[in-house]
Design a binder for this molecule. Structure first.
Ligand SMILES: [Fe+2]
Length: 372
């Protein structure tokens, strides 16, 4: 419980001294805009329109009332606001909350502890704790392997729907990762796939991907994964010029699928950061990076950065290798992890995965809801 000891008014803000000695400033327009009565109680949307008051609105009177609330009588609009002091403290924008990253970066040492990223299918289906554990692995580590899922076609829907709905693309849901004649995507061959993300040429590539292994009897076809945030972090600390290029130069990606009657294309830097300087997403795909059209004076440094980043993304210091078994659902953050596989021999046995996508909002939003 936070109590207010003292309130002072200056030109544009109320200065508040708290009982624990901390001080906050609350801008007048910010306060008026966030009056608790501004929101509809059902839709919770703001109904108040800040454009209906002037930029000069200010508290005519202010005090802590007998309910312990900050009461403000405004200079305009014949309106009085009542603020819960805990709400003010929680939403204070002048007391800097030290940001802590949700991401637990990992490298090849995870290889020795693969059990730590596994979770039983039935645990997720039957318990909230299981679901939370899966979501936490996905959010913090960016990777989880669900074990002992059913192996019928499309049987990953129930466990995925414990989180939310999937994201549809033109590959359909689920998409079939199996070798086919005249493939429109290299995933649908028996070739090795370098570490990549899926669909980097979308404005917003799928946040998460789920590869459900139905059968994996063929020779070869082992999986790899790398935490590209960890690689970016290594470059940030050790090779600053490369990192600067990766975050600042937009690269061009293009979908080359011959079955499509559209040309999808998008520019984005290899690494993007959040407002707090944390990692937001990665764009890396050797297969679908288009012919770059950066300025000639930076092309050399862009290619050298791309080359260095790509090498580290395949370096055994960073990547882990494992084999998917039937009933596994390899789940991962598609804009953080890169995934790949070795070549397999389609004549030696069957290999069939079914893939699903989900937006990042669904994962993080569901986790926030369940943890509340
Ligand atoms: Fe893929």
């Amino acid at each position: 419980m936070f109590n207010i000891l003292k309130i002072e008014k200056d030109k544009s803000a109320l200065k508040i001294k708290w009982s624990d000695g901390k001080e906050s400033n609350f801008n007048f327009l910010w306060l008026r805009d966030n009056c608790p009565s501004a929101h509809d109680k059902d839709s919770r949307h703001r109904m108040f329109n800040i454009l209906k008051v002037s930029e000069n609105i200010n508290p005519k009177k202010y005090n802590i009332n007998s309910d312990g609330k900050l009461e403000i009588k405004w200079s305009e609009g014949d309106h009085t606001s009542f603020y819960d002091t805990n709400w003010l403290r929680e939403n204070c924008y002048t007391l800097k909350n030290n940001y802590t990253s949700p991401y637990e970066l990992w490298d090849n040492s995870l290889q020795n502890n693969l059990k730590s990223i596994q979770i039983e299918h039935d645990e997720i289906i039957k318990s909230k704790e299981g679901l939370i554990k899966w979501l936490e692995l996905l959010h913090h580590k960016g990777i989880a392997i669900v074990k002992n899922a059913p192996i019928e076609k499309e049987s990953a829907f129930p466990v995925l729907n414990r989180i939310s709905h999937t994201r549809e693309t033109f590959f359909k849901t689920p998409f079939e990762v199996i070798n086919i004649p005249k493939p429109n995507n290299s995933a649908y061959t028996a070739h090795a796939l370098r570490n990549h993300m899926d669909l980097p040429w979308f404005e917003n590539p799928p946040g998460y991907q789920f590869l459900h292994c139905l059968v994996n009897d063929a020779k070869g076809g082992d999986s790899s994964a790398v935490d590209a945030f960890a690689v970016a972090d290594y470059l940030r600390k050790n090779e600053k010029e490369i990192f600067k290029t990766l975050i600042s130069v937009p690269l061009k990606f293009r979908d080359k699928d011959y079955t499509q009657e559209l040309h999808r294309s998008f520019y984005a830097p290899a690494v993007s950061l959040t407002k707090d300087g944390d990692y937001n997403d990665i764009r890396f795909s050797v297969a679908t990076m288009d012919a770059l059209d950066c300025d000639q004076d930076i092309m050399d440094s862009v290619y050298k950065a791309h080359h260095r980043f790509g090498n580290l993304l395949h370096d055994d210091k960073f990547q882990i290798k494992f084999r998917l078994e039937s009933g596994d659902i390899f789940s991962f953050n598609n804009r953080r992890l890169l995934h790949g596989r070795t070549e397999f021999d389609p004549n030696s046995g069957n290999r069939h995965l079914q893939g699903y996508y989900m937006d990042r909002d669904e994962i993080i939003g569901r986790l926030r809801f369940l943890k509340k």
